[in-house]
Design a protein around this ligand. Structure first.
Ligand SMILES: [Zn+2]
Length: 215
C-alpha cells in the first residue's frame, strides 16, 4: 500500500499501472465521513473534472493498494471505521466485470489499444502539467517507458497519431525506423478535447493551453 500526498504525477502513474487495484480517497485527517473506497479504474477518481483538479493536494490524500483489505484495515486503524464504498464502481462486488474505460481521457474511436495508451499517457501528463503550471517536457523515451516499450515499438503508432493530428512536433526527420528517445511529444488541441474539462473550451482557449505547454 502507498499513501500519496502532494504528488499528482505519482498518483496518476500508479492508477495507470494498477488497473486492478484500489484507491481510498480521503483527507490528511481520515474520518468516518471522508473515506471512500474505489477501484483504480473508477472515473470518479481518474477524470480531471475541472482544470484545477486536486487529486492529492490541498489536504487530499489517496491511499493505493492492489488489495482492498489493506485499505480497509488502514481506514479502521486511522479512523476506526470502514470506508464508504463508491456507488459508481462497487469496489467489493467481485461479480462485476471490469469496466472498459471508453470515454476516458485521451481515448478516441478507431485507434488501436497501443495508440490509445500512447495518447492517454501524453494527454494525462499534459493535463497534470497544465493544472500544476509545470514545465512540460515529455519525450518519446518517457512515453515508451510508461508503456514498458522501446521507442522503436511505439514509432508506427505514434506516426499514426501524428497523421491524425492528435500528437505533434515529434521530429522533423521522416522515414525513421524509430523516433529518437529525446524527441519531444505534444498533444494537439484535438487530443486535449478528449478530456471532459477541456472539451467545452473554445478553440482559442485550447490553443492557449497548448501554447503554454510549448513555452
Ligand atoms: Zn468509484
Amino acid at each position: 500500500m502507498i499513501i500519496i500526498l502532494n504528488d499528482d504525477p505519482v498518483y496518476v502513474s500508479w492508477i495507470r499501472r494498477h488497473r486492478d487495484g484500489f484507491v481510498l480517497d480521503t483527507r490528511r485527517k481520515a474520518t468516518k465521513r471522508n473515506m471512500t473506497l474505489h477501484r483504480a479504474i473508477c472515473p470518479e477518481i481518474r477524470k480531471s473534472k475541472s482544470k484545477r483538479t486536486h487529486w492529492t493536494t490541498r489536504g487530499k490524500v489517496k491511499a493505493c493498494a492492489e488489495n482492498h483489505t489493506e485499505l480497509t484495515d488502514w481506514a479502521l486503524e486511522q479512523a476506526g471505521y470502514e470506508p464508504r464504498l463508491c456507488h459508481a464502481c462497487n469496489p467489493l462486488d467481485e461479480t462485476l466485470p471490469l469496466e472498459t474505460d471508453s470515454g476516458d481521457a485521451g481515448s478516441e474511436r478507431d485507434l488501436t489499444k497501443l495508440e490509445n495508451d500512447i495518447l492517454s499517457a501524453v494527454v494525462e501528463s499534459a493535463v497534470i502539467h497544465l493544472d500544476n503550471d509545470l514545465e512540460f517536457r515529455m519525450t518519446v523515451g518517457d512515453v515508451a517507458e510508461y508503456l514498458s516499450k522501446t521507442p522503436a515499438q511505439i514509432t508506427t503508432a505514434m506516426c499514426h497519431l501524428v497523421g491524425r493530428h492528435l500528437l505533434e512536433n515529434l521530429t522533423t526527420a521522416s522515414n525513421l525506423a524509430a523516433f529518437p528517445a529525446d524527441a519531444h511529444v505534444f498533444p494537439t488541441t484535438r487530443a486535449l478535447k478528449t478530456v471532459p474539462a477541456f472539451a467545452e473550451l473554445d478553440a482559442e482557449r485550447l490553443q492557449a493551453e497548448i501554447d503554454s505547454l510549448h513555452r
